[in-house]
Unconditional design. Structure first.
Length: 297
Protein backbone atom coordinates (compact mmCIF):
# COMPACT_ATOMS: atom_id res chain seq x y z
CA UNK A 1 0.00 0.00 0.00
CA UNK A 2 1.19 3.52 -0.86
CA UNK A 3 -0.18 6.61 0.88
CA UNK A 4 -2.27 8.83 -1.38
CA UNK A 5 -3.09 12.48 -0.73
CA UNK A 6 -6.77 13.38 -0.58
CA UNK A 7 -8.50 16.61 0.48
CA UNK A 8 -9.96 15.12 3.65
CA UNK A 9 -8.14 14.67 6.95
CA UNK A 10 -8.60 10.90 6.72
CA UNK A 11 -5.47 8.92 5.75
CA UNK A 12 -5.79 6.80 2.63
CA UNK A 13 -3.64 4.36 0.70
CA UNK A 14 -3.77 2.59 -2.66
CA UNK A 15 -2.16 -0.72 -3.51
CA UNK A 16 -0.42 -1.46 -6.78
CA UNK A 17 -3.47 -3.41 -7.93
CA UNK A 18 -5.90 -0.61 -7.06
CA UNK A 19 -7.27 -1.52 -3.63
CA UNK A 20 -7.95 1.69 -1.68
CA UNK A 21 -7.97 1.80 2.12
CA UNK A 22 -9.37 4.59 4.26
CA UNK A 23 -8.70 5.14 7.96
CA UNK A 24 -11.27 6.72 10.24
CA UNK A 25 -9.61 8.96 12.83
CA UNK A 26 -10.77 10.84 15.94
CA UNK A 27 -11.86 14.44 15.54
CA UNK A 28 -8.63 16.40 16.23
CA UNK A 29 -10.62 19.09 18.05
CA UNK A 30 -12.34 16.46 20.22
CA UNK A 31 -9.76 13.66 20.53
CA UNK A 32 -11.75 11.73 23.17
CA UNK A 33 -8.70 9.77 24.21
CA UNK A 34 -8.17 8.40 20.72
CA UNK A 35 -11.69 7.02 20.28
CA UNK A 36 -13.30 7.34 16.84
CA UNK A 37 -16.84 8.74 17.07
CA UNK A 38 -19.24 9.46 14.22
CA UNK A 39 -19.69 13.17 14.68
CA UNK A 40 -20.48 15.89 12.14
CA UNK A 41 -16.75 16.46 11.55
CA UNK A 42 -16.06 12.83 10.60
CA UNK A 43 -19.15 12.66 8.40
CA UNK A 44 -17.98 15.79 6.60
CA UNK A 45 -14.52 14.30 6.08
CA UNK A 46 -16.05 11.13 4.66
CA UNK A 47 -18.00 13.18 2.14
CA UNK A 48 -14.83 15.07 1.13
CA UNK A 49 -13.00 11.79 0.66
CA UNK A 50 -15.68 10.11 -1.46
CA UNK A 51 -16.18 13.25 -3.56
CA UNK A 52 -12.45 13.13 -4.30
CA UNK A 53 -12.38 9.36 -4.86
CA UNK A 54 -15.07 9.71 -7.51
CA UNK A 55 -12.56 11.74 -9.59
CA UNK A 56 -9.81 9.11 -9.31
CA UNK A 57 -9.21 5.87 -11.22
CA UNK A 58 -11.84 3.32 -10.20
CA UNK A 59 -10.69 1.28 -7.19
CA UNK A 60 -10.40 -2.50 -7.48
CA UNK A 61 -11.51 -2.78 -3.85
CA UNK A 62 -12.09 -0.70 -0.74
CA UNK A 63 -11.02 -1.23 2.87
CA UNK A 64 -12.65 0.74 5.69
CA UNK A 65 -10.38 0.83 8.73
CA UNK A 66 -9.94 2.67 12.02
CA UNK A 67 -6.83 4.45 13.26
CA UNK A 68 -7.93 3.93 16.86
CA UNK A 69 -6.27 1.18 18.85
CA UNK A 70 -9.17 1.22 21.31
CA UNK A 71 -12.24 0.88 19.09
CA UNK A 72 -13.30 0.55 15.47
CA UNK A 73 -16.01 3.18 15.90
CA UNK A 74 -17.73 3.79 19.24
CA UNK A 75 -20.92 5.03 17.58
CA UNK A 76 -22.50 8.42 17.02
CA UNK A 77 -21.71 11.45 19.16
CA UNK A 78 -24.75 11.41 21.45
CA UNK A 79 -23.84 14.73 23.06
CA UNK A 80 -23.69 16.38 19.64
CA UNK A 81 -26.98 14.74 18.64
CA UNK A 82 -28.69 15.78 21.87
CA UNK A 83 -27.72 19.42 21.31
CA UNK A 84 -29.47 19.55 17.91
CA UNK A 85 -33.05 20.59 17.42
CA UNK A 86 -35.31 18.21 15.51
CA UNK A 87 -34.70 19.81 12.12
CA UNK A 88 -30.95 19.80 12.73
CA UNK A 89 -31.01 16.15 13.76
CA UNK A 90 -32.89 15.17 10.60
CA UNK A 91 -30.20 16.93 8.53
CA UNK A 92 -27.39 15.27 10.51
CA UNK A 93 -28.88 11.79 10.12
CA UNK A 94 -29.54 12.19 6.41
CA UNK A 95 -26.03 13.53 5.82
CA UNK A 96 -24.54 10.55 7.67
CA UNK A 97 -26.64 8.07 5.72
CA UNK A 98 -25.67 9.70 2.43
CA UNK A 99 -21.98 9.54 3.41
CA UNK A 100 -22.18 5.87 4.38
CA UNK A 101 -24.11 5.12 1.20
CA UNK A 102 -21.12 6.19 -0.85
CA UNK A 103 -19.45 2.95 0.26
CA UNK A 104 -22.14 0.67 -1.18
CA UNK A 105 -22.26 2.79 -4.34
CA UNK A 106 -18.59 2.05 -5.08
CA UNK A 107 -18.28 -0.19 -8.15
CA UNK A 108 -15.96 -2.59 -6.35
CA UNK A 109 -16.06 -4.98 -3.36
CA UNK A 110 -15.62 -3.39 0.05
CA UNK A 111 -14.61 -4.73 3.47
CA UNK A 112 -14.67 -3.21 6.96
CA UNK A 113 -11.67 -4.27 9.06
CA UNK A 114 -12.98 -4.21 12.64
CA UNK A 115 -10.25 -3.96 15.24
CA UNK A 116 -12.26 -2.96 18.32
CA UNK A 117 -15.73 -2.10 19.57
CA UNK A 118 -18.19 -1.50 16.73
CA UNK A 119 -21.36 -0.16 18.31
CA UNK A 120 -24.42 1.60 16.96
CA UNK A 121 -23.39 3.78 14.04
CA UNK A 122 -19.99 2.07 14.14
CA UNK A 123 -21.53 -1.26 13.19
CA UNK A 124 -23.93 0.44 10.80
CA UNK A 125 -21.15 2.06 8.74
CA UNK A 126 -19.28 -1.27 8.72
CA UNK A 127 -22.37 -3.00 7.31
CA UNK A 128 -22.41 -0.61 4.36
CA UNK A 129 -19.36 -2.63 3.29
CA UNK A 130 -19.87 -5.95 1.51
CA UNK A 131 -17.72 -7.92 3.96
CA UNK A 132 -16.76 -7.67 7.62
CA UNK A 133 -13.42 -8.97 8.92
CA UNK A 134 -12.67 -8.74 12.64
CA UNK A 135 -9.63 -8.99 14.85
CA UNK A 136 -10.45 -11.43 17.66
CA UNK A 137 -8.31 -10.86 20.77
CA UNK A 138 -6.59 -13.77 22.51
CA UNK A 139 -8.40 -15.64 25.27
CA UNK A 140 -6.57 -13.78 28.06
CA UNK A 141 -7.83 -10.38 26.81
CA UNK A 142 -11.31 -8.99 27.34
CA UNK A 143 -13.24 -9.22 24.05
CA UNK A 144 -14.74 -6.03 22.66
CA UNK A 145 -18.43 -5.78 21.84
CA UNK A 146 -20.29 -5.42 18.58
CA UNK A 147 -23.96 -4.60 18.02
CA UNK A 148 -26.70 -1.99 18.00
CA UNK A 149 -27.26 -0.76 21.58
CA UNK A 150 -29.51 2.22 20.78
CA UNK A 151 -32.72 0.68 22.16
CA UNK A 152 -31.00 0.34 25.52
CA UNK A 153 -31.04 4.15 25.61
CA UNK A 154 -34.68 4.33 24.60
CA UNK A 155 -33.95 5.27 20.97
CA UNK A 156 -33.38 3.28 17.74
CA UNK A 157 -30.80 3.02 14.94
CA UNK A 158 -30.82 5.80 12.36
CA UNK A 159 -28.53 4.61 9.58
CA UNK A 160 -30.17 1.39 8.40
CA UNK A 161 -29.19 -1.05 11.14
CA UNK A 162 -32.72 -2.41 11.49
CA UNK A 163 -32.47 -3.65 7.88
CA UNK A 164 -28.79 -4.50 7.42
CA UNK A 165 -28.24 -6.62 10.53
CA UNK A 166 -31.08 -9.11 9.78
CA UNK A 167 -29.67 -9.61 6.29
CA UNK A 168 -26.41 -10.95 7.75
CA UNK A 169 -27.55 -13.06 10.69
CA UNK A 170 -30.68 -14.98 11.67
CA UNK A 171 -33.42 -12.35 11.13
CA UNK A 172 -35.33 -13.06 14.34
CA UNK A 173 -32.13 -12.88 16.40
CA UNK A 174 -31.21 -9.58 14.75
CA UNK A 175 -34.64 -8.04 15.25
CA UNK A 176 -34.83 -8.98 18.94
CA UNK A 177 -31.30 -7.72 19.61
CA UNK A 178 -31.94 -4.42 17.81
CA UNK A 179 -35.21 -3.90 19.70
CA UNK A 180 -33.59 -4.50 23.10
CA UNK A 181 -30.12 -3.04 22.54
CA UNK A 182 -28.39 -6.38 23.05
CA UNK A 183 -24.76 -6.49 21.90
CA UNK A 184 -22.34 -9.40 21.60
CA UNK A 185 -18.76 -10.12 22.49
CA UNK A 186 -16.84 -10.36 19.22
CA UNK A 187 -15.89 -13.89 20.26
CA UNK A 188 -19.60 -14.74 20.38
CA UNK A 189 -20.79 -12.85 17.28
CA UNK A 190 -23.81 -14.53 15.65
CA UNK A 191 -23.13 -16.75 12.66
CA UNK A 192 -22.97 -14.74 9.45
CA UNK A 193 -22.07 -11.38 10.93
CA UNK A 194 -18.33 -11.73 10.29
CA UNK A 195 -16.97 -13.00 6.99
CA UNK A 196 -13.55 -13.75 8.45
CA UNK A 197 -11.58 -13.31 11.68
CA UNK A 198 -7.90 -12.91 12.46
CA UNK A 199 -5.69 -12.73 15.52
CA UNK A 200 -4.09 -9.36 14.74
CA UNK A 201 -4.62 -6.30 12.58
CA UNK A 202 -2.12 -7.13 9.85
CA UNK A 203 -3.61 -10.61 9.45
CA UNK A 204 -7.09 -9.06 9.33
CA UNK A 205 -5.99 -6.68 6.56
CA UNK A 206 -4.58 -9.62 4.61
CA UNK A 207 -7.82 -11.56 5.10
CA UNK A 208 -9.82 -8.53 3.94
CA UNK A 209 -7.72 -8.16 0.79
CA UNK A 210 -8.09 -11.89 0.09
CA UNK A 211 -11.88 -11.54 0.54
CA UNK A 212 -11.97 -8.64 -1.91
CA UNK A 213 -10.02 -10.59 -4.50
CA UNK A 214 -12.32 -13.58 -4.16
CA UNK A 215 -15.51 -11.46 -4.40
CA UNK A 216 -15.04 -9.31 -7.51
CA UNK A 217 -17.69 -6.70 -8.26
CA UNK A 218 -17.63 -3.99 -10.93
CA UNK A 219 -21.11 -2.51 -10.61
CA UNK A 220 -22.49 0.01 -8.17
CA UNK A 221 -25.21 -0.80 -5.63
CA UNK A 222 -28.07 1.48 -4.64
CA UNK A 223 -28.04 0.23 -1.04
CA UNK A 224 -25.98 -2.01 1.24
CA UNK A 225 -26.82 -5.66 1.85
CA UNK A 226 -30.21 -5.48 3.57
CA UNK A 227 -33.63 -7.04 3.85
CA UNK A 228 -36.36 -5.64 1.64
CA UNK A 229 -39.49 -6.38 -0.40
CA UNK A 230 -39.86 -10.05 -1.25
CA UNK A 231 -37.79 -11.31 1.70
CA UNK A 232 -40.22 -13.93 2.99
CA UNK A 233 -37.91 -15.20 5.75
CA UNK A 234 -37.53 -11.71 7.24
CA UNK A 235 -41.27 -11.09 6.99
CA UNK A 236 -41.97 -14.32 8.88
CA UNK A 237 -39.37 -13.41 11.48
CA UNK A 238 -40.93 -9.98 12.01
CA UNK A 239 -44.36 -11.55 12.48
CA UNK A 240 -42.85 -13.98 15.00
CA UNK A 241 -40.96 -11.43 17.10
CA UNK A 242 -43.34 -8.44 16.99
CA UNK A 243 -45.32 -9.54 20.07
CA UNK A 244 -41.99 -9.84 21.92
CA UNK A 245 -40.35 -6.61 20.82
CA UNK A 246 -43.40 -4.34 20.68
CA UNK A 247 -43.44 -3.98 24.46
CA UNK A 248 -41.40 -0.75 24.45
CA UNK A 249 -41.41 2.48 22.47
CA UNK A 250 -38.01 1.65 20.99
CA UNK A 251 -39.09 -1.90 20.13
CA UNK A 252 -42.18 -0.66 18.33
CA UNK A 253 -40.06 1.83 16.39
CA UNK A 254 -37.69 -0.94 15.31
CA UNK A 255 -40.60 -3.14 14.22
CA UNK A 256 -42.14 -0.27 12.23
CA UNK A 257 -38.84 0.54 10.49
CA UNK A 258 -38.37 -3.12 9.54
CA UNK A 259 -41.94 -3.38 8.29
CA UNK A 260 -41.43 -0.22 6.22
CA UNK A 261 -38.21 -1.55 4.73
CA UNK A 262 -39.82 -4.88 3.89
CA UNK A 263 -42.75 -3.21 2.14
CA UNK A 264 -41.13 -0.12 0.57
CA UNK A 265 -37.38 -0.71 0.42
CA UNK A 266 -34.19 0.36 2.14
CA UNK A 267 -34.45 4.13 1.74
CA UNK A 268 -38.00 4.19 3.12
CA UNK A 269 -36.95 2.00 6.05
CA UNK A 270 -34.04 4.31 6.90
CA UNK A 271 -36.34 7.34 6.71
CA UNK A 272 -38.67 5.59 9.15
CA UNK A 273 -35.75 4.87 11.50
CA UNK A 274 -34.69 8.50 11.44
CA UNK A 275 -38.17 9.86 12.05
CA UNK A 276 -38.57 7.56 15.06
CA UNK A 277 -35.11 8.38 16.42
CA UNK A 278 -35.93 12.10 16.36
CA UNK A 279 -39.25 11.42 18.09
CA UNK A 280 -38.00 8.88 20.62
CA UNK A 281 -35.30 11.07 22.10
CA UNK A 282 -38.04 13.25 23.61
CA UNK A 283 -39.80 10.41 25.44
CA UNK A 284 -39.42 10.30 29.24
CA UNK A 285 -37.64 6.92 29.08
CA UNK A 286 -35.09 8.10 26.51
CA UNK A 287 -34.53 11.44 28.27
CA UNK A 288 -33.73 9.70 31.56
CA UNK A 289 -31.38 7.17 29.92
CA UNK A 290 -29.65 9.67 27.64
CA UNK A 291 -29.07 12.15 30.45
CA UNK A 292 -27.64 9.42 32.67
CA UNK A 293 -25.39 8.22 29.82
CA UNK A 294 -24.16 11.72 28.98
CA UNK A 295 -23.53 12.53 32.63
CA UNK A 296 -21.40 9.38 32.97
CA UNK A 297 -19.58 10.06 29.70
Amino acid sequence: MTSIANPSALPSERSADGIVSLQLIPNPEKPRGGVVVLDAWLIGELIKFFDWLSTQPKPAGFLLMSASSRVFVAGADLAEIDALDDAGLHVYLKKGGDAFGRISKLACPSVAVINGAALGGGLEIAMYCDGLVAVVPPAMEKPYRIGLPEAGLGICPGWGGTLTLPSRIDPATAMKATATGETWKVTEAPAGLLDATASDLESAKSAAIAWIRSHPRSTSRTSPQSIGPGNAAAARALQEVTPIIATSEAGRAVAYAIETGLSRGFDAGVSAEQAHLVRLRHTPEARAKLEAFLKKA
